[in-house]
Design a protein around this ligand. Structure first.
Ligand code: SF4
Ligand code: SF4
Length: 444
C-alpha cells in the first residue's frame, strides 16, 4: 500500500528506544494477590465507594461510581475480600487517594452482571454510550478522559471525522504497537462501535511511519470497510497529541483552550480505548485490565504485559526479572509526558501506559545554565509558543507579561525542554505560570 506520511509544524526528533519491547508479544501478567484500586482514575469527579471492608467482590463488579457526567465508574479486577477502603498513594495524582484494597481469593469469579451487550448492528448509539459509561472506559493513551463524554458531543458541534490514535509517539512505549499487531480486528470492532455512538461516517486510523508492520496489519483489518482508512504519520514527537494529529491528518487547527477537537468536527480515541470498548460490548467485561510496557535499561526482562488494574509497580517489576541496578528515575508512562514516582508501592491504573526505569546514564542530570536565546525551544513548540519568555518572566514573577505569551495553550509535551541546550526546566515554569494565572483569574 502506498501511503504518504503526514505531519505537523514544530515538534522534535527523539530517540525512539522501543527496540527492547517492540518485538515482544503481549504476555499475561501474573495474577496479583492484592490489588489497590483508586476511586479516582480519570479526568473529572472521583467515585464514591460502593463497597466496604469485609465485603466479598467479584471480577467486573462495580465498586465505585459518581453521579457526575464527567466521571467513570470503577470495577473490581479480582474476586476476593475487601480488606480496606482508605487513602493510598496514587501514581498520577502523586498524593493519597481513596482506594479499595482487595485480597484476591484466586478464583477470579466473574460478576453475573457481566454479559455480552449484543450484536453491534442492533445496538443503538445510546446503548453503546451507556455500555461505554457502565464499563468505566477512559482514554488509555494516558489522559484518562471518560470515553462516554468524548462520544457525546453537543448537537451544535457536528462531528464529521473520527481519528484513531495509533501514533504512540512517546519513546520506549510499545503497548499500542503490539495491540495493533496482535488484535487488529478487535480494534476495528471498537472503532466501528465508537463511530456508531458518535454518528460519524468517516474513520481514519493514524499510525507513525516507524511502525510499518502495524500499518500493514491495520490496513488489512479495515479492507472490508470502505469508510475506514489508515494514514501514516511521520514519526515525530508529539505526533500523538490530539491537536497535532488533527493538524497532520485533516489540516484543521483546534482553537486555543478551551477549544476542543469537537470544535473542528473531530473525535480522537486511542487504540487501547477502542480495544476496551470492543471487549465491553462483545463480552460485557468492564475495564479491569490493560496492556502496558515495562521497560528501561535497568529492567532485566522488559515486557508488554496485560495486567489487572490495581497491580502494584513492585509486582510488575518483579515479574520482569527485577532491576539490574540502582534507578535514578521511575516513571509512570513515557519519558516525555510521564510522571516521575517517589515510590514503587503504587498501583498501575487505567491511565498507566508504561513503567519506565531509567539509570543515571539515561537521564540528563546537568545543571541548568543561562538562556542563550538560540530559539530552539520556539522552533520545537508545536503550539507556536515562546517558552523562553514564559520562563524568563515567570522567574521574575512578572505574571502580567507571562500572560501575553499564552502559557494556557501549552500541551506540556516537553519538546522545548528536550531541545534546550541550557537545560532549563521550561515545562516546570510553564506549569507554574498556568497555576499562577489560573489562581489570579479565580480572584486569589
Ligand atoms: S511550550 Fe508547551 S507545548 Fe510548547 S514545546 Fe514546550 S511543553 Fe510543548
Ligand atoms: S532553547 Fe533554551 S537556551 Fe535556547 S532560547 Fe529556548 S530557553 Fe533559551
Amino acid at each position: 500500500m502506498e501511503v504518504q506520511a503526514k505531519t505537523f509544524p514544530g515538534g522534535v526528533r527523539v530517540s525512539h528506544s522501543k527496540d527492547r519491547t517492540e518485538h515482544l508479544e503481549i504476555r499475561k501478567a501474573i495474577d496479583p494477590r492484592t490489588v489497590v484500586i483508586p476511586l479516582h482514575q480519570h479526568t473529572g469527579a472521583p467515585c464514591d465507594p460502593l463497597v466496604k471492608k469485609g465485603d466479598r467482590v467479584l471480577v467486573g463488579q462495580k465498586i465505585g461510581d459518581s453521579k457526575s457526567f464527567v466521571s467513570a465508574p470503577i470495577h473490581a479486577s479480582v474476586s476476593g475480600a475487601v480488606t480496606a477502603v482508605e487513602p493510598r498513594p496514587h501514581p498520577a495524582l502523586l498524593r493519597s487517594v481513596m482506594s479499595v484494597v482487595i485480597e484476591s481469593d484466586g478464583a477470579f469469579e466473574v460478576d453475573p452482571s457481566v454479559k455480552p451487550k449484543g450484536d453491534l448492528d442492533s445496538l443503538s448509539p445510546e446503548e453503546i454510550k451507556q455500555a461505554i459509561r457502565e464499563a468505566g472506559i477512559v482514554g488509555l493513551g494516558g489522559a484518562a478522559f471518560p470515553t462516554s463524554v468524548k462520544v457525546s458531543p453537543p448537537k451544535e458541534k457536528p462531528i464529521d471525522a473520527f481519528l484513531l490514535n495509533g501514533a504512540e509517539c512517546e519513546p520506549y512505549l510499545t503497548a499500542d504497537h503490539r495491540l495493533m499487531l496482535e488484535e487488529p480486528d478487535l480494534i476495528v470492532f471498537g472503532v466501528r462501535a465508537l463511530m456508531k455512538a458518535i454518528g460519524v461516517e468517516k474513520g481514519i486510523i493514524c499510525i507513525e511511519d516507524n511502525k510499518p508492520d502495524a500499518i500493514d496489519a491495520m490496513s488489512r483489518a479495515v479492507a472490508d470497510y470502505p469508510n475506514l482508512s489508515v494514514a501514516a504519520v511521520r514519526a515525530k514527537y508529539p505526533q500523538g497529541g490530539e491537536k497535532q494529529l488533527i493538524r497532520a491528518v485533516l489540516g484543521r487547527e483546534v482553537p486555543p483552550p478551551p477549544g476542543l477537537p469537537m470544535d473542528v468536527g473531530v473525535v480522537v480515541n486511542n487504540v487501547g480505548t477502542a480495544a476496551a470498548v470492543a471487549t465491553a460490548i462483545r463480552t460485557g467485561m468492564p475495564l479491569v485490565e490493560r496492556v502496558l510496557t515495562v521497560t528501561g535499561s535497568l529492567v532485566k526482562e522488559p515486557a508488554n504485559l496485560r495486567m489487572r488494574l490495581g497491580t502494584s509497580f513492585n509486582d510488575l517489576l518483579d515479574q520482569c526479572g527485577g532491576l539490574t541496578g540502582e534507578p535514578v528515575k521511575i516513571v509512570a508512562g513515557g519519558p516525555m509526558m510521564g510522571i516521575a514516582q517517589y515510590t514503587t508501592d503504587v498501583p498501575a491504573i487505567k491511565g498507566t501506559s508504561g513503567i519506565l526505569v531509567l539509570s543515571e546514564r539515561d537521564t540528563v542530570l546537568e545543571d541548568a545554565t543561562n538562556c542563550i536565546r538560540c530559539g530552539r525551544c520556539v522552533r520545537a513548540c508545536p503550539m507556536f509558543l515562546q517558552p523562553l519568555y514564559i520562563r524568563m518572566y515567570a522567574e521574575a514573577s512578572r505574571w502580567d507579561l507571562v500572560s501575553r505569551y499564552s502559557p494556557a495553550n501549552c500541551i506540556e509535551c516537553g519538546s522545548c525542554a528536550y531541545e534546550c541546550p541550557a537545560r532549563l526546566p521550561l515545562v516546570q515554569w510553564i506549569k507554574i505560570s498556568k497555576a499562577e494565572l489560573a489562581a489570579k483569574k479565580g480572584g486569589r
